[in-house]
Design a protein around this ligand. Structure first.
Ligand code: GLU
Length: 274
């Protein structure tokens, strides 16, 4: 983690939002931002990809997220996104950092010109001490054009921003041999160097309640990032100081690509469209 120059930290809905109350988990967010500030202080750059907009906006529709129609989810995201950004902004401000909100769709990340524009904008934000905080532009995403989940979006951002490390913070410790909810004897896999069919089977099918992710999309994200030479770590995010916890050896699964990002950059000139 120390050797990464640029890191993408992806925050799941159930990590940043209290799903029952539809409120931001403020005290937790403070500890995450303290971790982020520490990374900047030692010369590393952090870009945040955050979910939570739908979860924070859902109470306006007085139903549970899963039962909202697509257009209600999109409207919920439009409401929740503002609350989400305000919370990040307040926290960052306390440490003298600004925030730059970037909303992307799959159409954007599949378009080379948009990717290059996004890369330049991210660079400029980092230059002026504004932490880029990215989410999908949920209100305009159509089911066909939708990235489907922020895990994949975060992996595409890792490609675009030429990051060395993608940290996926969710409500699980990492990849297990079996779903630990079903089998308490399931073991965590500490390191993956190749995503084999066996590894895919371990991921099973367990989407979260508010995000659309689960382990399957995390593996997809890991594959995209690894193909760009970016290391990936999946770890539990809803504890205080979640990044420090990973550094201090909390359970996690690391995905190590064959080639580093630098070796990859030498071999491939542009970002592949996937
Ligand atoms: N963009 C969605 C939100 O902010 C989350 C999508 C996901 O986590 O898969 O609520």
């Amino acid at each position: 983690m120390l050797s990464a120059r640029r890191l993408i930290v992806k925050i799941g809905s159930a990590v940043v939002a209290d799903i029952e109350t539809g409120e931001v988990r403020g005290p937790w967010l403070e500890t995450l931002i303290e971790d982020v500030v520490r990374f900047f202080a030692r010369g590393q750059q952090v870009i945040i990809v955050t979910s939570g907009a739908v979860a924070l906006g859902s109470p306006h529709f007085k139903q549970l997220d899963r039962s909202l129609r697509n257009e209600q989810k999109q409207a919920a995201a439009a409401i929740g996104q503002i609350r989400l950004m305000l919370a990040y902004e307040q926290s960052l401000k306390r440490h003298g950092f600004g925030l730059g909100q970037v909303l992307l769709t799959s159409a954007d990340v599949d378009n080379q010109r948009c990717r290059l524009n996004a890369r330049s904008a991210l660079q400029q934000l980092l230059k002026v001490g504004a932490v880029p905080v990215i989410n999908e532009n949920d209100a305009t995403a159509t089911p066909e054009m939708c990235l489907g989940d922020n895990d994949r979006l975060a992996a595409r951002v890792a490609q675009i921003a030429k990051a060395d490390l993608l940290i996926l913070l969710s409500d699980v410790d990492g990849l297990f041999t079996e779903d630990p909810h079903d089998n308490p004897l399931a073991r965590i896999i500490p390191e993956v160097r190749c995503i084999t069919p066996e590894i895919e089977t371990m991921a099973g099918l367990s989407p979260g309640r508010y995000g659309s992710g689960g382990m399957v999309t995390k593996l997809m994200a890991a594959r995209i990032a690894m193909d760009a030479g970016c290391n990936v770590v999946i770890a539990k995010g809803n504890k205080s100081y979640p990044l420090a916890a990973i550094e201090n050896g909390a359970p996690s699964t690391w995905f190590i690509p064959l080639a580093t990002r630098q070796q990859h950059a030498e071999a491939v000139e542009e970002i592949p469209v996937v």
